[in-house]
Design a protein around this ligand. Structure first.
Ligand code: GDP
Ligand code: MG
Length: 439
């Protein structure tokens, strides 16, 4: 999906204006790309139609930055289909809040029950109780007990010879006596949706009136995920979805389809087997992920917010005239710092997100602080005229900032390289960047 969309969009990047047939061509690519990612056919159809409606016409054709606009439209529509914003857990006014996990076997119910209990414990200081209501697989009860032990959350169980509805009834009673604020019911799954299971789940629902029925769906199951979601939703009227295994070979397709087809929000995503690997679902982040452009749109927005246009122009002039000095340098650094961790910003740049060379890049905020300390130890004259930094001044700066002389030398050298590079760039061109960022 990612590659196809990127190809389609990069075709646009090379042109200043988009014709109607361009839009058509790109939409065909996007449609194919989404279908290939197992997005439900009907969802794809609606999606493409919506984007086409918005893209063909003035909005894009008259724009100065067509690429930026079409990326925005595709992105906005993806977000819309996936539900606009994060949706939090339903909570009962009276304790306990009851959460029932449902889904096919192997989807991740038991694991997610544990992750959720751990999250609530950590974030709200909650005292959850988990109930082991999967009596069909001998190991299921033990699995939940192991999970419970690892996060120090109690598990109510009556083995595997008791009717699950009875287990839940007794578990609920215990939770009320103990005043647990959450009850998380781990239920059985099957390889396919079957009537007996649905009956049992419906009885548990009737007994406990859950605040949440969380349908757990394996994101790797693709097109199938939609049928599963529909099946469970028809019988149980679920309240939300957890999409698991998004740490693997990511298929954004399921996320896109499920919300559209069931109308139920995706509340959490599982991104690993560890108990900490449960995250709130953010439609905008998922959209960027599906688009495979890192968080480029976030970058565009952040750059717009944090970067004063006038200052940018002044800066460009300075770069051109090669009068960029340490005062500008420090200002730049602070602006970049305001945008967030450097490694995050680098990942937002298209083509960088999946760059293996960046995988383990960590920019230590301390390094930035050290650099700032060095600049602050310079006199105003020195900051304005870096060329006057002779060895004795450098030694003084090293002593003043408490940084080794080698570091001071290295930093000044890097600064000069950067200044030269900037001058070349402003006199030449920014290549594709110009198109993307509206230059
Ligand atoms: P259940 O049958 O629905 O209860 O599914 P389980 O909780 O037993 O999970 C099935 C398998 O998927 C286990 O091996 C889990 O460790 C694994 N699993 C669950 N959630 C995730 C996830 O978000 N990422 C990964 N990589 N594995 C997961
Ligand atoms: Mg299980």
């Amino acid at each position: 999906l990612t590659e196809r969309l990127q190809n389609a969009i990069s075709k646009l990047k090379r042109k200043g204006k988009i014709s109607e047939s361009d839009v058509k061509e790109v939409m065909r690519e996007i449609r194919l790309a989404l279908l290939e990612a197992d997005v439900n056919f009907k969802v794809v159809k609606d999606f493409v139609k919506e984007v086409k409606n918005r893209a063909v016409g003035a909005e894009v054709l008259e724009s100065l930055t067509p690429a930026q606009q079409i990326v925005k439209i595709v992105n906005e529509e993806l977000i819309k289909v996936m539900g606009e914003s994060a949706v939090s857990l339903n909570k009962s006014k009276k304790i306990p809040t009851v959460i029932m996990m449902v889904g096919l076997q192997g989807a991740g119910k038991t694991t997610t029950a544990g992750k959720l209990a751990y999250k609530l414990k950590k974030e709200e200081n909650a005292r959850p109780l988990m109930i082991a209501a999967d009596v069909y697989r001998p190991a299921a009860v033990d699995q939940l007990k192991t999970v419970g032990k690892s996060i120090d959350v109690p598990v109510f169980e009556l083995g595997t010879d008791v009717d699950p509805v009875e287990i839940v009834r007794q578990g609920m009673k215990l939770a009320e006596e103990q005043k647990n604020d959450y009850v998380i019911i781990d239920t059985a799954g099957r390889l396919q949706i079957d009537e007996k299971l649905m009956n049992e789940l419906a009885r548990i629902k009737e007994l406990t009136h859950p605040d949440e029925i969380l349908l757990t769906v394996d994101s790797m199951t693709g097109q199938n995920a939609v049928e599963v979601a529909q099946g469970f939703n028809d019988t149980l009227d679920v309240t939300g979805v957890v999409l698991t295994k998004l740490d693997g070979d990511t298929r954004g397709g399921a996320a896109l389809s499920i919300r559209a087809v069931t109308g139920k929000p995706i509340k959490f995503i599982g991104q690993g087997e560890k108990m900490t690997a449960l995250d709130v679902f953010y439609p905008d982040r998922m959209a960027s992920r599906i688009l495979g452009m890192g968080d480029m749109l976030t970058l565009i927005e952040k750059a717009q917010q944090d970067f004063d246009q006038k200052k940018a122009e002044e800066l460009a002039d300075k770069m051109r005239e090669n009068t960029f000095d340490f005062n500008d340098f420090i200002e730049q650094m602070e602006q970049v710092q305001n945008m967030g961790p450097i490694e995050d910003i680098m990942k937002m740049i298209p083509g960088m997100a999946n760059n293996p060379a960046l995988k383990n890049v960590k920019v230590d905020p301390k390094d930035i602080e050290h650099t700032k300390a060095i600049v602050y130890s310079m006199t105003p004259d020195e900051r304005e005229d870096p060329d006057m930094l002779n060895p004795s001044r450098r030694r003084r700066i090293a002593a003043g900032s408490g940084r080794p002389i080698q570091e001071v030398n290295r930093m000044i050298k890097q600064f000069k390289q950067m200044r030269d590079m900037m001058q070349k760039m402003t006199n030449g061109n920014f290549g594709g960047m110009e198109n993307m960022f509206g230059g």
